[in-house]
Design a protein around this ligand. Sequence first.
Ligand code: 6PG
Length: 248
Amino acid sequence: MNTSLTPPNGGKVRRFATEQELHPALAGQIAKLANEAIAARGAFHFALAGGGSPRPLYKLLASEYREAIPWEKVHVYWGDERYVPHDHPDSNCRMARETLLNHVPVPESQIYPMPTDPADPNEAAEQYEQTLKKATGEETPRLDLILLGLGGDAHTASLFPGSEAINEKTRLVVAAEGPFEPKQRITLTAPLINKARAVYILAFGESKAEAVTNTFKSEHNPLQYPTHALQLEDGEIIWWLDDAVFKI
Ligand code: 6PG
């Protein structure tokens, strides 16, 4: 079992024997961050990850941890979105509503789904950039927490290996394409992610072992390992992992 792995760019690791131990620890940490942000600035600006990994976490936040967070002070964004209607089975917005947002009292005016109705996804990306700026009141929004997943190919959000979106230096949100359906995506970019106070990358299970191991072992190579492009200006990246991702 390879345990001498270290994350890129000075990130930290929180490692758990099983995902069943990981999820409640992560939920508790998110509740802690939320209360600290609300105490300090009156709001918690939280970008959700899509895909399947966050489902157990979102269900925990909506149940055992529901009373631990002042949801009326939370503002919810997405790190990326599949370019499908929000009621589509593949929609990250739909997944988050079903597992979390339909069960907690976040005001609808503080939930900001990525738009997927403009014919041109670039227009949707530009709209979302304006939404972020308006919602945070900041020209370059500094979110309190961005939750990210990790694909088996080491992609994160919808920054896929080989994508020019990884090298974006100015736009905060861009349209991007993935290698599998739904291929058309909208995604936050490194310039926005790197402004965050905290980025948590959630990966568990043997299916992620190769992506985690290669990401940690490889020299700096953002085009191949997009999380290598993440280095927060003033904040911390924590990888939330279980033992299974080290079994390679
Ligand atoms: C998405 C996600 C994506 C996800 C990874 C991991 O839209 O699919 O935002 O970045 O986090 O693909 O997906 P799983 O959690 O389903 O393995």
